[in-house]
Design a protein around this ligand. Structure first.
Ligand SMILES: [Zn+2]
Ligand SMILES: [Zn+2]
Length: 124
């Protein structure tokens, strides 16, 4: 159960739990209930400080922008982040206090910009 965990790790072993100030929007983010907060609940951005492959520290420190949401289990979303400096991808579960407007914007973006005409479905 622990042999292959090389890609898109969602549970990086992380640095100690502490409050931090979001480097991108300035919001002070408190660490609560013991679970480490991976991204800012306000702008949903993160910073590339861990290697997603094995959870080891990364020197990149680039901004990780949320690019999509995905469903991992019923009622559970994960946010996909991509590092703007090195294109590394990560996925992390959303939290109840994440900015729902930003989440919804990510979720509907593919529907708002379809690569094919949606009119075709009108005949079904
Ligand atoms: Zn922020
Ligand atoms: Zn990076």
């Amino acid at each position: 159960m622990s042999s292959t965990n090389r890609t898109l790790s969602s549970t990086p072993r992380t640095t100690p739990n502490s409050a931090f100030s979001c480097a991108w929007c300035g919001r002070t983010v408190s660490a609560d209930d013991g679970a480490r907060r991976h991204h800012c609940p306000s702008c949903l951005r993160s910073q590339h400080v861990l290697d997603p492959a094995d959870g080891s520290p990364s020197d990149c420190r680039g901004r990780m922008s949320p690019i999509a949401v995905a469903v991992r289990r019923p009622g559970g979303w994960v946010v996909i982040h991509r590092c703007v400096r090195c294109d590394e991808l990560t996925s992390n579960p959303t939290r109840t206090d994440d900015n729902q407007l930003v989440l919804m914007r990510l979720a509907v973006r593919p529907l708002a910009q379809p690569p094919f005409p949606l009119e075709a479905f009108g005949d079904l």
